[in-house]
Design a protein around this ligand. Structure first.
Ligand code: HEC
Ligand code: HEC
Ligand code: HEC
Length: 188
């Protein structure tokens, strides 16, 4: 299916706070780029004296065999799924309807960065529609107003990205479409 361009684009300057936040994120990305998984007894989450600590599989053992990423928890999860390296079950109850959607949406209002491509496929492989619609995002192309500041504050895409999905340091993974490649009415 062809990408659906955003109907209107407005130029908007990058706020200074946003530039500062991006700089902090970039520094964090450098610090986090070594591919290491902390042992469970040192992750600050598990009780090192708990009886489970010797029974649980260590992250390094479980994750090092999967397609490698340079950020977040160092696994490229979409590749892991697409290559069959992992095969999670999609439902527990037999009656659950598994819904997939495969269109990409182009979010391109501002133009100070490459346009954002939102891929439905890579999301509905893991998530049901109700995780995003209608509360988080209206299911109508162009009906939502996105802001990088809100995203950095953990809202919108940032509700998951930086929490349970690849982190916000990976600008180009969202801002992946050169503005010049967009059709005329969308381009400034
Ligand atoms: C991870 C969040 C997320 C999930 C899960 C998700 N969507 Fe969306 N959906 C979006 C976003 C973001 C947009 C773009 C809205 C915009 O352009 O303002 C969108 C747009 C849409 C649109 C408008 C498309 C158009 O061309 O006008 C429809 C319809 C839609 N979604 C249906 C679904 C259905 C059905 C599912 C489940 C199979 C689903 N979505 C799952 C985030 C999601
Ligand atoms: C409800 C949670 C959720 C929300 C909201 C969400 N995402 Fe995601 N996103 C995921 C998960 C989970 C993955 C797959 C795991 C990963 O790649 O880290 C993913 C993957 C992606 C990928 C594909 C990465 C790849 O390797 O192919 C892109 C691009 C992306 N998201 C962009 C966005 C954008 C843009 C928004 C906001 C419009 C958004 N996401 C909102 C959870 C979410
Ligand atoms: C999870 C996806 C995602 C990631 C990662 C991401 N962005 Fe964004 N960003 C968006 C979305 C969605 C918009 C809204 C785009 C629009 O409407 O044109 C946006 C908008 C912006 C804007 C436009 C001005 C504004 O305030 O909205 C700037 C500048 C920006 N991002 C910079 C960055 C930088 C720098 C990074 C990396 C440090 C980054 N973004 C990472 C999704 C993302």
């Amino acid at each position: 299916m062809p990408a659906v361009p955003h109907p209107n684009r407005l130029p908007r300057p990058v706020p200074r706070a946003l530039a500062a936040a991006a700089a902090v994120l970039a520094a964090t990305a450098l610090a986090a780029s070594a591919p290491i998984w902390r042992p469970l007894e040192k992750d600050g989450i598990h009780d090192p004296r708990g009886p489970g600590i010797t029974l649980l599989q260590q992250p390094a053992e479980a994750l090092s065999v999967l397609p490698r990423d340079t950020a977040g928890n160092h696994v490229r999860w979409v590749q892991a799924l697409d290559s069959g390296a992992i095969d999670p079950r999609s439902n527990i109850l037999p009656g659950t309807e598994v819904r997939l959607r495969t269109d990409d949406l182009i979010i391109a209002k501002y133009g100070s960065m490459p346009a954002v491509k939102f891929p439905h496929r890579q999301h509905t492989l893991w998530l049901d529609c109700s995780n995003c619609h209608d509360q988080l995002f209206k299911p109508v192309a162009g009906a939502n107003t996105f802001s990088m500041m809100a995203i950095l504050n953990g809202e919108q895409c940032g509700l998951c990205h930086g929490a349970v999905a690849f982190p916000l340091t990976e600008c180009n993974r969202c801002h992946s479409v050169p503005n010049a490649s967009l059709p005329r009415p969308v381009r400034r």
